[in-house]
Design a protein around this ligand. Structure first.
Ligand code: SF4
Length: 444
């Protein structure tokens, strides 16, 4: 039994490093059964609507001033959020508001390097410019950190409260030595909830609310950097949601992370359980990022029992699209495989998986994820012996394989506690939500 600390700003005055707030921390010590790894990406549990108003909600709700006319920033007008804009767009915005071009460069620095969250705190800029931004309805677009969960090994999970009061999770995973982190990975969400309902996944069990906007993805990385006081070196789109169902915002966020926050494309991984036509769309962008496909089974029949959405995207079609992705981008595809005891973890499954990969071509890597049971799950964690046998069967067939390491935050513990604490209102189910139906129709 290990101890996990939850810092909860919503129920008490909160102080977290440079947030500039005073007061005492509200510490809740919880006992959890294990501090296992951050398991599959997509198994980050669901956080639902919280019924209190946030400061960011107030700012955005007050945007009623007519938009600025510049075509260069026209596409941003509906939201008028600075976060996510390129340096060029910010320069054009400065000019539109009667400033010189270099003021846009300063804006870029204040948003992405200094990570300042409120326009009134841009003290380097003239008051008239700040007033102009306010009057035109612009905001930085940063959300409040609603709460923070920190594990003993340094892994941190943040809940961010969005403009509509929904909560999303983002995880910071440091790897370092005694001098501090040398690698810091941000595991970001792309949707609030997830409509795909994979059978082992707490997020999938909880339903779906909406896609995240570009700035809501980008701000997760800035929030992790702020929390750790260290730059994020790697980003994995493996948090809540299916990135390929929100590909437009994911690609916009990818651009911003790469160009504005200066995270190398090779340091970014986009994960998918498979949505028809989207791997090809992604390949056409020729990104130098890693595509991680969550297989979880070596054949179609078994896969459909674990990943219900597999019915609309047969395994052979996925493998063909992965082969084309490799040919177009020269980037190795990584296959995620959650090992579920007695379901897909036998040596014959490993042999079948190796055969599947051999037929698909080269350039593949398998990442095995021994399942960590979540509350109410019908699945169990495989034994070490079963994992070793699975690895051995793949390696003897010349498949490169790694086993994801155990990390300090266990979805079933830390996040289960958070969910119990904060989930008040259920998300919409797939059948309730006409927006979701249209999202799926577009994607498929
Ligand atoms: S795609 Fe599947 S595993 Fe990923 S968040 Fe959605 S339900 Fe969970």
């Amino acid at each position: 039994m290990k101890s996990l600390e939850v810092l909860c700003p919503s129920s008490s005055p909160f102080h977290w490093r440079n947030r500039g707030r005073s007061g005492t921390q509200n510490r809740i010590e919880m006992l959890i059964p294990s501090m296992a790894m951050l398991q599959h990406a997509c198994s980050v549990p669901l956080i639902r609507l919280v019924g209190t108003r946030s400061r960011s909600f107030t700012i955005i709700a007050s945007r009623s001033v007519s938009p600025i006319a510049s075509p260069a920033v026209a596409s941003k007008m509906d939201s008028r959020v600075l976060l996510g804009m390129s340096e060029q767009e910010l320069q054009q915005l400065a000019v539109d508001l009667g400033q010189q071009t270099y003021r846009g460069k300063q804006l870029h620095h204040l948003i992405y390097q200094r990570k300042i969250k409120e326009i009134q705190d841009f003290s380097q800029l003239p008051q008239a410019f700040r007033n102009g931004l306010h009057e035109a309805g612009w905001s930085v677009g940063r959300s409040l950190v609603h709460s923070t969960v920190k594990a003993a090994d340094g892994t941190v999970k943040l809940l961010l409260k969005l403009e509509d009061n929904r909560l999303i999770e983002t995880v910071g995973i440091p790897v370092g030595d005694e001098k501090g982190p040398i690698r810091l990975t941000a595991c970001v969400s792309s949707q609030v909830g997830c409509p795909l309902r994979c059978s082992f996944c707490a997020t999938g069990k909880g339903g779906y609310s909406r896609n995240l906007k570009q700035h809501e993805i980008v701000e997760q990385v800035l929030a992790i950097e702020e929390t750790f006081e260290h730059r994020v070196t790697n980003v994995v789109f493996m948090g809540m949601g299916e990135p390929m169902l929100n590909l437009k915002s994911v690609l916009e966020a990818h651009r911003c992370l790469n160009k504005d926050i200066q995270i190398g494309q090779r340091m970014i991984t986009i994960s998918t359980v498979g949505v028809p036509n989207t791997i090809r769309k992604l390949a056409a962008h020729k990104l130098q990022s890693t595509l991680a496909v969550s297989l979880h089974a070596p054949n179609q029949k078994l896969r459909e029992t674990i990943v219900p959405s597999a019915r609309s995207y047969p395994l052979d079609a996925i493998m063909k699209d992965c082969k084309d992705y490799f040919l177009q981008t020269s980037r190795r595809v990584s296959f995620e495989y959650a090992l579920l005891a007695g379901v897909n973890d036998r040596v014959e499954h490993a042999i079948e998986l190796a055969d599947l990969l051999r037929e698909g071509g080269s350039g593949y890597h398998v990442n095995l994820i021994p399942f960590n049971p979540i509350e109410g799950s019908e699945y169990k964690r495989p034994s070490k012996k079963a994992v070793q046998a699975f690895v051995g069967a793949l390696e003897s067939r010349k498949v490169t394989v790694s086993v994801r390491q155990t990390r300090g935050l266990d979805a079933s513990a830390a996040c289960g506690q958070l969910r119990n604490k904060f989930q008040k209102t259920p998300l919409l189910s797939t059948s309730d939500d006409p927006r979701l139906q249209s999202d799926l129709a577009v994607a498929c």
